[in-house]
Design a protein around this ligand. Structure first.
Ligand code: EPU
Length: 327
């Protein structure tokens, strides 16, 4: 990785005196892994995030905008550039329309919408991280997905150098996918439409989601959520090896045409597999856990091992859900 020059750092810091040097990204990721960002800036507003981005661009420095760090693996060597973390926490309500800054925690928004007497985003309580990242990856859980709630996204289109407002269709949401994963954008504001509901009912739903999560996913562990996407198939012949071995594929997965990566990993008895200080969660096969002191290298080695086993034994290629920075 090319080192930033002293001049680049001085120039950036004169525009953003609050920028920190060599900030450990392990403090900003749920996995608690990641070396230093050469420069790290907290952006509390659209102006902050755009200002930091423009300055980095002007000084020809690599840059990355991150959200909550919940679905992020940062290299042990860190990132030779500017990491901009969005912390704009603004939420405003206009009847059933909610306008949200990207730095709002998904869980906090779920609670705020319930308190406002709105329904339709209770599931957000089960998603770690922030709204910007949730839109980027079309996050979802327990039956809800961002694509069901988002009406508009305001963003900056990095390639075409212009501000844009996309409708839901223009966001091209798919399973854990959106246009933002394929074309560089900075997400600036998200508008969602919910439904009028009952405060007490909405809070009850949130409690149910949280307890379902407790039953099926590791709690209090350092993880990046699900490591791999579940596997879509169009035709059962793609599951040749699974079927040949007479495995009983759960009917829900066959019906949905989507095989849970966690189920595949569990089938291969990989839960508990440990490399260095990284472990496949004994609770859920699709979560890799930092047992304390794991390196990014441990996680990459474990993830590669899991992918290789699933490919060799079951003929299925797992795709990463986790995003990588500094590799
Ligand atoms: N299963 C096993 N063993 C395991 C894990 C799962 O047999 O170790 C089985 C379960 O019993 C169930 C099926 O696999 O029959 C699906 O498991 P689960 O209900 O836990 O859901 P998932 O498909 O593994 C998805 C999302 C999660 C989300 C949950 C709950 C993906 C990759 N994951 O997990 O999202 O919280 O549903 O709705 O789509 C994330 O994206 O980071 C994430 C955690």
């Amino acid at each position: 990785m090319k080192q930033l020059s002293d001049q680049q750092i001085t120039d950036f810091k004169s525009a953003f005196p609050s920028a920190k040097e060599n900030e450990l990204m392990s403090s900003h990721t749920y996995l608690k892994i990641g070396g230093p960002a050469r420069l790290y800036v907290v952006a509390n507003s659209v102006d902050d995030v755009m200002g930091a981005f423009q300055k980095a661009k002007e000084l020809k420095m690599p840059w990355a905008v991150i959200g909550g760090g919940s679905n992020l693996l940062v290299a042990d060597e860190g990132f030779q550039g500017v990491v901009i973390q969005t912390m704009d926490r603004a939420i405003s309500f206009d009847e059933e329309t909610v306008t949200v800054a990207p730095g709002v925690f998904t869980g906090a928004l779920a609670k705020a919408t319930a308190d406002e007497g709105l329904t339709g985003f209770e599931w957000g309580a089960g998603v770690p991280g922030m709204i910007g990242g949730a839109v980027y990856g079309n996050a979802g859980c327990f039956g809800g997905e961002m694509k069901d709630c988002v009406t508009f996204v305001e963003a900056y289109d990095v390639k075409n150098e212009k501000g844009v407002v996309y409708s839901n269709a223009e966001c091209r949401f798919g399973y854990r996918d959106s246009r933002f994963k394929h074309e560089p954008h900075i997400i600036l504001k998200v508008t969602m439409k919910l439904q009028a509901g009952d405060r007490v009912e909405a809070r009850k739903k949130i409690d149910e989601i949280m307890s379902k999560r407790k039953d099926t996913q590791p709690q209090g562990a350092f993880t990046a959520g699900c490591m791999f996407k579940n596997v879509d198939f169009t035709n059962e012949s793609e599951l040749e090896k699974l079927i040949r071995e007479g495995d009983e594929i759960p009917p829900a997965m066959l019906q949905q045409k989507r095989i849970a990566a966690g189920w595949l990993i569990d089938k291969l008895a990989l839960k508990g597999k440990t490399i260095g200080k990284a472990q496949v969660s004994p609770v859920h096969g699709n979560f890799l856990v930092n047992l304390g002191g794991a390196t990014a290298q441990d996680v990459v080695a474990l993830s590669s091992f899991v992918k290789m086993k699933v490919r060799d034994d079951l003929g299925i290629l797992l795709e990463d859900e986790v995003q990588y920075l500094g590799f």
